[in-house]
Design a protein around this ligand. Structure first.
Ligand code: ADP
Length: 193
């Protein structure tokens, strides 16, 4: 299986690039933010709890997202692979992902970081907020999401650096340009690993 972790700060374009990678490699999309937003829309108990946390720009508890991941792995095991988008966001989530995949004799093939400067992130998310009405795309929540990313999520890159599966891609440019950079990294990686 090809199991990709698409990594990067909020607004770095993970969702957009995930869609293109799914098209090319026929992977199963696992986007914890999308799954949580679906729970919010359906007004489930979990959705009601998650909404408050998401609107504050904080992270939903690890055990909740890990359960979601386990379910997805079981549903789609034996397929071409997964693309994890917005997960793992803490080192504990990364450790649990490793354990969950090992049950299927699988592991994370590659972690691709999209690098985008803060000013660009801010601009993109404010624009998205205006266009879609996404409730966490307002200036105050965005600032906290970037803060939370730096404090809790960046350490995940050190975890994957140690496992030698982490690569970075310049996330500024057209969607197509960035996609080509990502595909090139995946192909290089498959050749040498
Ligand atoms: P973005 O990457 O633009 O912040 P997401 O859709 O990935 O958007 O996430 C939106 C919100 O959902 C996060 O701010 C967080 O509250 C929650 N969330 C998503 N994924 C996770 C996760 N893996 N762990 C904890 N919380 C998560």
């Amino acid at each position: 299986m090809l199991n990709i972790v698409l990594f990067g700060p909020p607004g770095s374009g993970k969702g957009t690039q995930a869609e293109k990678l799914i098209d090319k490699y026929k992977l199963t999309h696992v986007a914890t933010g999308d799954i949580l937003r679906d729970e919010v829309d359906r007004q489930t108990d979990l959705g009601k709890q998650a909404k408050v946390i998401m609107d504050a720009g904080e992270l939903v508890p690890d055990n909740i997202v890990i359960d979601m991941i386990r379910k997805k792995l079981e549903e789609h095991k034996g397929g071409p692979g997964f693309i994890f988008d917005g997960f793992p966001r803490t080192v504990d989530q990364a450790r649990e992902l490793r354990k969950a995949l090992s049950k299927y004799d699988e592991n994370v093939s590659i972690v691709i970081s999209l690098e985008v400067p803060k000013e660009v992130l801010m601009e993109r998310m404010l624009k998205r907020g205006k266009e879609t009405g996404r409730s966490d795309d307002n200036e105050e929540t965005i600032n906290n999401r970037i803060d939370v990313y730096e404090r809790q999520t960046v350490p995940v890159t050190y975890y994957y650096d140690k496992k030698h599966v982490h690569v970075s891609v310049d996330g500024v440019g057209t969607i197509e340009e960035i996609f080509k950079r990502i595909v090139k990294k995946i192909e290089e990686f498959e050749t040498y690993h």
